[in-house]
Design a protein around this ligand. Sequence first.
Ligand code: ADP
Ligand code: F6P
Length: 498
Amino acid sequence: MPAASPTLVVASNRLPVVLSPDGKGDWSLERGSGGLVTALEPVLRDRGGTWVGWPGIETGRIKDMDRVLESAMEGVGYRVRGVGLTAHEQDDFYLGFANQVIWPLFHDFQAQCNFDPRFWKTYVRVNQKFARAILGETSDNDFVWVHDYHLMRVATALAARGAACRAAFFLHIPFPPLDVFVNLPWRFHVLDALLSYDLVGFQTARDRRNFLHCVRVLVPGVEMEGEGRVERLRRGDRVVRVGVFPVSIDFQEFAGMAATDPVSERVAGLRSEFPGQTIILGVDRLDYSKGIPHKLQGFKLALERYPDLLSRVVLVQLVVPSREDIPEYYQMRAEIERLVGHIQGEFTRAGWVPIHYQYGRWDRVELAAHYRAAGIALVTPLKDGMNLVAKEFCASSLEARGVLILSEYAGATAQLQKDALLVNPYDVEGVAYAIHRAFTMPRDEQRRRMQSLRETIRRTDIKWWVDTFLKAAFDEDLGESAGVEIYRPPPPEHLEFN
Ligand code: ADP
Ligand code: F6P
């Protein structure tokens, strides 16, 4: 940012806290889950500014929302401004357009889309509502940074109200290829909305390439200049910059947390709970994009194929509740629990239960202790914008002994491909093979890979991410790109060709 820094006004659908009635006439606060909150919270804490977003409750249920939020967030180092959503808006904007249109389509699950025409109208109105809230917090010199697929139309709404502030957008989820994107009835509207920002950022080079391809084919009159990290698109008298900025975590915070006494004690507790067993860890929000059933099938096949794993590994799988009002989500929970029961029934023996499954939330100590105690992290989304769990596991792996098994389809793969064991999550044989390979990997190789993973994540941490994005937003030179190559899968080791 330039010398006299403008105030940062961040907008996202979610705030870092979710309010809910505590049953005694007051409000209880829970931390919002998801990668966006993990990434943005340290940015706001570090730089200050204002965060505009929805605190997870219905308009009208709380009269003095901003006062409740302010007192709850006192001392965090930034301001919070709540945007309430009516029940209808929650249905048609959040559960509807955001999570039954854009979420499935952008994660390549076209069959799960519900293109109900009502959803788009409400999406436009809610984006206008966010724009009004942003304008209430912003002067012309400020910098508005809008996050994620819920708020793609905010710049359009700001411009319609004559706002002169600079506005940038970052997409935390993937951007789909043309053949998938083109199914969206509002395909032109969405591209036009994104082209109304001054800067649009994506997680990977693949996402940016997909976006540019869609613009080239679907939007007339756009000229493209430049190559490398940031591309300039000229449309009439406007220039839009389009760049790649892989989101990250506060590495030092995760590493520091893992080293605290409460975490060390809990790590010792976990080791004695699972004596002589390697913990294989899965931490996923309940979501079809996370590929949890495929992962369970891969684990089951590993137990069938590699008897040396029996009694020697335990899969600790946390599933964090999410979007439970959407049928695909609660159906998926039932499917996961059926599969877990099936595997337990088949493999449990005296003194050994192969899966330790939890549906719920862990606090920070519990999460850090599991990351540090795990010997293997099994991160196998079918598609994921980045996947911060993968980075958190590495940052917390203080003894540099864990092995990261990572899906080829996570955004994190572009940066971590050299040192993780990569799998195609649809290939359950490949997942089983990788589990066995991780389990039998010599200590030296584990250490070498994990040290290198940690170094990459430390170097390109959340401070690097925000600095790089803001430099691009203010047209500064970005220097060299850091590990954002498109991943090209090699021929598989575990499959024969004849
Ligand atoms: P997504 O954004 O799709 O959920 P990510 O892997 O990028 O996927 O991010 C998940 C985030 O949620 C991680 O930062 C993780 O630490 C966080 N998380 C996991 N479990 C909890 C929990 N119980 N409470 C709050 N946050 C959690
Ligand atoms: O990282 C993707 C993301 O959609 C975030 O935008 C969001 O915070 C998270 O997943 C959790 O989803 P939700 O906000 O719907 O609970």
